[in-house]
Design a protein around this ligand. Structure first.
Ligand code: AMP
Ligand code: MN
Length: 274
């Protein structure tokens, strides 16, 4: 049982890294990956607890990046060397802080009473801050959707785009750290099939993308089939995840929640050089 994307309190998950691993093992996952956004602080603990429980954790991070088809594209880097990826994570975390301050300044201009400190308190730590934390600190309801639509999506009142890295740079940073670059949930971030194709084709051609997260809870059968076809065509690894964020997360609360639609089997990226 394979499930290769999950989040702890190091980014926007609900559980401590060790508890993420315990919940995976309890759910029957054999190969997992703690993929905190732009963060690796939980990886060593996850590796250790996984080994104690007799399962495997692929060391990884999920890098946020920008691309012409998505202002928030995610690329998972599996098997990254932690020391070599650390500077990229640190820079990305500083970019998050700068962006959050810019967004909050815009919200203040629109009359919303929210401070950077409020948002950091929601995030738990400044280096993991993201738009969901800002929305909560600004008083958004339990469904963050309406607040995002009004203020935080591209074109909305307080939107500020991410400046670094581009998708190409993210793949390069992962490769430079000895990792395998897999574009996460492409149909979550990009909707049109021709754009998903162009995204994958160009990243393969230009920077050697290695895989597509093909099996993913919101992916439909048609979208899953398209991802599998692209993996076949470009010789990419087809991964799977439920994007576990914690037991009471609104959308991603259950391990192994993805559907294969009997179209194929998820694969585990091979460690480079192994
Ligand atoms: P950030 O890392 O600051 O770019 O925030 C990205 C996160 O914001 C995503 O992982 C989602 O959890 C959340 N998000 C993005 N768009 C929306 C939306 N329209 N409604 C609710 N949450 C969203
Ligand atoms: Mn993601």
């Amino acid at each position: 049982m394979i499930d290769l994307q999950s989040h702890s309190v190091v980014s926007d998950g609900q559980l401590e890294p060790a508890d993420v691993v315990r919940s995976a093992a309890e759910a029957g996952v054999k190969v997992m990956s703690l993929t905190d956004h732009d963060g690796i602080a939980g990886v060593e603990t996850a590796n250790r607890v996984a080994a104690e429980l007799g399962i495997t954790n692929l060391p990884a991070t999920e890098m946020s990046c920008v691309h012409k088809y998505s202002e928030d594209l995610h690329i998972c880097g599996y098997w990254v060397d932690l020391e070599r990826i650390r500077p990229a994570c640190e820079r990305a975390q500083q970019e998050r802080i700068n962006r959050a301050k810019a967004i909050i300044a815009k919200l203040n201009k629109h009359g919303l009473d929210v401070s950077f400190e409020d948002a950091v308190a929601r995030a738990g730590a400044a280096d993991a801050i993201g738009r969901p934390h800002i929305a909560k600190a600004a008083g958004a309801g339990p469904d963050l959707g309406p607040f995002f639509e009004e203020y935080l999506v591209p074109g909305a009142k307080a939107f500020v785009s991410r400046e670094w890295p581009s998708a190409e740079q993210a793949v390069g940073l992962i490769h430079d750290a000895g990792g395998v670059a897999v574009v996460a949930h492409p149909y979550w971030d990009v909707q049109a099939p021709d754009q998903v194709r162009d995204l994958v084709e160009s990243l393969v051609r230009d920077v050697g993308l290695d895989g597509i997260e093909t099996f993913y809870p919101p992916h439909t059968a048609a979208q899953t089939r398209h991802c599998l076809e692209l993996c076949e065509e470009f010789n990419l690894v087809a991964t799977a995840s439920s994007d576990f964020h914690g037991p009471t997360h609104k959308t991603f609360s259950r391990w192994l929640a993805y559907n294969t639609y009997d179209l194929g089997e998820p694969q585990v990226p091979v460690k480079p050089g192994a």
